[in-house]
Write a protein that binds this ligand. Structure first.
Ligand SMILES: CC(C)(COP(=O)(O)OP(=O)(O)OC[C@H]1O[C@@H](n2cnc3c(N)ncnc32)[C@H](O)[C@@H]1OP(=O)(O)O)[C@@H](O)C(=O)NCCC(=O)NCCS
Length: 275
């Protein structure tokens, strides 16, 4: 009879966890090649607790990884991947039930996750163990936007943007957009302000630039400030491909559509479980 078990990720090295992560996401919707540096950045930025994260075993073989991020009363399944040959054999369900029990035992109140909406196995699994959809998360893309903008951008410290997001952002923002996560971003990413609109972008020297946050202060919404800011950023760094990862609440989609960005096919579901 097969037996499932797990061990704390703390007793494994970063290269070992990264290698298992890559195998666990083989054949995924987007190619995943986890490097040691990318894993370390994810741990630091997203508040992953390696002591509470788990390496999954089928009999004596390590066959998967489940990363758990934690902040106050809340935790998040930051990633779960099972190697192809062990999928669809019940270990995903077994692991989720254990992880939920462990979160309860830590006296946490809520657990979050995001899953690609088109990932049938993932969505089914999370619903089965009790997660409910909070909202759809969408992504956008735009190649080489044209047009000049005379808006004057001011570069600000990413930490100051993070404080504003905590004060003015939606209260239940997805984990990666929260003020706590944004505060962990560092150069070469940059934060800009124009009037009462703010954004965070990845290294603008690269060919592809990721928009990691867009915020308009609460009292200034509805005045069209965000397109002015985004056009100013596009025009400051010409000839780029701009990407908005599928972590933005669908209710924010008008701000990306207004500047001509095209919706990505893959979307995610933000899901929550009251513990
Ligand atoms: C998603 C994943 C973690 C699920 O783990 P698993 O061990 O395969 O899950 P289980 O065997 O417990 O199956 C969970 C449910 O999904 C269903 N399922 C599994 N694979 C499926 C597939 N390819 N298509 C449709 N349903 C599938 C199972 O039938 C089961 O539902 P049931 O209990 O009603 O029968 C695993 O498939 C995986 O690692 N995939 C690649 C990485 C990934 O997608 N991670 C999740 C990102 S958040």
């Amino acid at each position: 009879m097969t037996t499932f078990s797990f061990k704390s990720a703390l007793s494994f090295s970063i290269p070992e966890i990264a290698a298992l992560f890559t195998r666990g996401f083989e054949g995924y919707f987007v190619p995943v090649q986890m490097t040691d540096v990318a894993l370390q950045t994810m741990i630091r930025r997203d508040g992953v607790d390696l002591a509470e994260s788990r390496i999954l075993f089928k009999d004596d073989e390590p066959i998967g990884v489940a990363l758990i991020a934690r902040r106050g009363w809340t935790s998040r399944l930051a990633a779960m991947g099972i190697v192809t040959e062990a999928r669809n054999g019940g270990i995903g369900t077994w692991a989720m039930k254990q992880l939920i029990e462990e979160a309860r035992a830590r006296a946490e109140k809520e657990m979050f996750l995001e899953v690609i909406e088109q990932n049938t196995a993932g969505v089914k699994l999370y619903q089965k163990v009790g997660f409910e959809t909070v909202r759809r998360l969408v992504g956008y893309k735009l190649e080489n936007p044209q047009g000049k903008s005379k808006g004057k951008l001011e570069e600000i410290d990413i930490r100051d943007l993070a404080k504003l997001i905590s004060a003015h952002g939606l209260k239940d923002l997805p984990w990666q957009l929260s003020g706590e996560t944004i505060a962990q971003h560092t150069p070469p990413s940059r934060a800009y302000r124009l009037d009462d609109a703010y954004c965070l972008i990845s290294n603008p020297e690269a060919e592809q630039v990721v928009i990691s946050s867009v915020l308009v202060k609460a009292g200034s919404r509805g005045a069209g400030l965000s397109p002015v800011l985004m056009r100013a950023v596009f025009s400051r760094f010409p000839n780029k491909t701009w990407r908005v990862p599928a972590i933005f609440p669908e209710e924010m989609s008008p701000i990306f559509e207004e500047v001509g960005m095209k919706r990505e096919e893959l979307s995610q579901l933000q899901m929550a479980l009251t513990l």
